[in-house]
Design a protein around this ligand. Structure first.
Ligand code: ADP
Length: 480
């Protein structure tokens, strides 16, 4: 890894402003298998230390003015932007995504820090016209306290800043456990936070045994909020653990995104949207199109155009120029993709591209297109989380809305249509937290990201993302 600033490559954890621990767990580049670094395998004892450091740091940090906290966050933002290239190289090396996407993620991650630096000054309370002439009602917004965050490997930077920057902005302090596959991006963000002048203990980063660290985060009385992005099963486990202390949770869990192309859609735009939505990050995002529905009359034309685009994808090491598809994160991810493809082909799916492990070996998989997918297949019921586009045929609006909603998930949905009545009917009928209309991509720090049903609780981004981390306190001032 050639970094202009090698001090960004940390292999220790950040607890109470100190870098601690001996490297034991090997972090590998999924494109080459080579070892990048060793990070500590911390557990319950160190997680408790980190929570208690955050607890000590809480009162002084919360006591600062919003403007003071904003200044520190703004410096962090500036440093992330200034170190974008190094952060992107670290991210691609440990995660596999193409460098251009890693740069894009650094920008996206930084945008949350910038947005909440601005928002820190605008955590407005409320006065409410009183029910009594001798009294006034005032509502204060106060930081909830120490927050814990557990993040996934698919967006190693953004899933951290999207949780931590609103929390820090409103006056909370944080303990973060990044994914075991991608801790190096997280630790580099920690170095920059320190350089920005974040006081010791305000942001703690800990790597190691997920269940032991997670249990401390969910049960330590000082933690008041547990934020998580990851699988639905782990989300449910954390929610159960957090219930014992009645902690607030923010959960961004799995999805099973429908991507619907109606017969009045701009087909080229729909194909571009489907490619972006499906193949970004090798299909490893919770908002990736999972079930692509194309209406009867445009079905074959859409599938043919999509096949042409899938054929243009360039597979390789994400650090190499021109590569658009890197490796999958690990063998388990690869095995799931293989299982989904085999199941679809056994049950009548038509293979139009890919379908196998790539000749490069490792965890590379060929970008795959399967037409004539059907409701009973694994590709319809589960999130494939890989580079497999499965296309289903549908007849009419009511049928496709029912199909799209026939899942326990409700994160992102997409559709392409031009008829205005249809646009509103479908947007309102889709049981999803986010709906992209004539766009395959919709993430921005300005809008609330989150799901309904088993896809999660709470929202990240926008002013709503900051509201998650404040408690309302009602003051009744009587005797006037
Ligand atoms: P994936 O299967 O894609 O890795 P996970 O939900 O297992 O998704 O992982 C997301 C995050 O949750 C990671 O940081 C992982 O270490 C963490 N994690 C996994 N299991 C647990 C657990 N039992 N308690 C706390 N965190 C966990």
């Amino acid at each position: 890894m050639h970094l202009s600033d090698p001090t960004l490559l940390k292999s220790q954890c950040l607890i109470d402003g100190r870098w601690l621990g001996l490297g034991t767990d090997s972090i590998r580049n999924p494109a080459t298998g080579s070892e990048l670094a060793l990070v500590p395998r911390f557990g319950a004892a160190e997680a408790t230390m980190a929570v208690e450091a955050a607890q000590r740091a809480f009162k002084p940090w919360a006591a600062k003015t919003g403007k003071e906290r904003a200044a520190v966050l703004r410096r962090w933002f500036d440093l992330i932007v200034a170190n974008k290239e190094d952060l992107a190289i670290i991210m691609t090396s440990e995660q596999g995504k193409p460098l251009a996407e890693a740069r894009g993620e650094v920008d996206y991650a930084a945008s949350f820090v910038e947005f909440y630096a601005e928002e820190a000054k605008r955590i407005y309370g409320e006065t409410i016209p009183s029910h009594r002439a001798d009294a006034r009602i005032v509502v204060l917004k106060q930081p909830i306290g120490v927050i814990a965050a557990i993040t996934p490997w698919n967006f190693p930077a953004a899933m951290i800043t999207r949780k931590v920057s609103p929390a820090l902005a409103v006056g909370c302090t944080a303990v973060v456990k990044p994914a075991p596959e991608t801790p190096l991006t997280a630790l580099a963000l920690g170095v920059l936070a320190e350089r920005a002048g974040l006081p010791p203990g305000v942001l703690n980063l800990i790597t190691g045994d997920a269940p032991s660290i997670g249990e401390v985060m969910c049960t330590h009385p000082a933690v008041r909020f547990v934020g998580f992005t990851g699988s639905t099963d782990v989300g449910k486990l954390l929610m159960r653990q957090a219930a014992s202390g009645v902690k607030k949770v923010g959960l961004e869990l799995g999805g099973n995104a429908p991507f619907i192309v109606f017969d009045d859609a701009d087909l080229d735009a729909a194909v571009t949207g489907a490619m972006l939505s499906k193949f970004r990050n090798m299909g490893q995002t919770c908002v990736c199109a999972n079930r692509i529905y194309a209406q009867d009359s445009i079905y074959e034309a859409f599938v043919a155009k999509l096949a042409k685009e899938v054929g243009k994808l360039q597979i390789g090491n994400g650090l190499d120029a021109g590569v658009t598809q890197g490796p999958l994160i690990n063998e388990r991810a690869l095995a799931k993709v293989e299982r989904h493809v085999a199941d679809a082909l056994q049950n009548g799916g038509r293979l139009l591209a890919g379908g196998r492990r790539h000749v490069r070996g490792g965890t590379f998989f060929e970008p795959t297109l399967i037409a004539d997918a059907a409701a009973g297949m694994l590709v319809a019921r589960e999130e494939t989380f890989g580079p497999v586009a499965s296309v289903f045929r549908f007849r009419d609006e009511n049928e496709v809305i029912a199909l799209a909603n026939a899942t326990q998930y409700g994160l992102a949905a997409y559709f392409f249509a031009r008829d205005l009545g249809r646009v509103f009917r479908v947007a309102e009928a889709l049981e999803y937290g986010m709906v992209g209309i004539n766009s395959g991509i919709m993430a921005t720090e300005l809008a609330p990201f989150g799901g309904v049903k088993e896809s999660g609780i709470g929202r990240e981004g926008s002013r709503h993302g900051a509201e998650e981390f404040v408690e309302l306190k009602y003051l009744l001032l009587a005797g006037m």
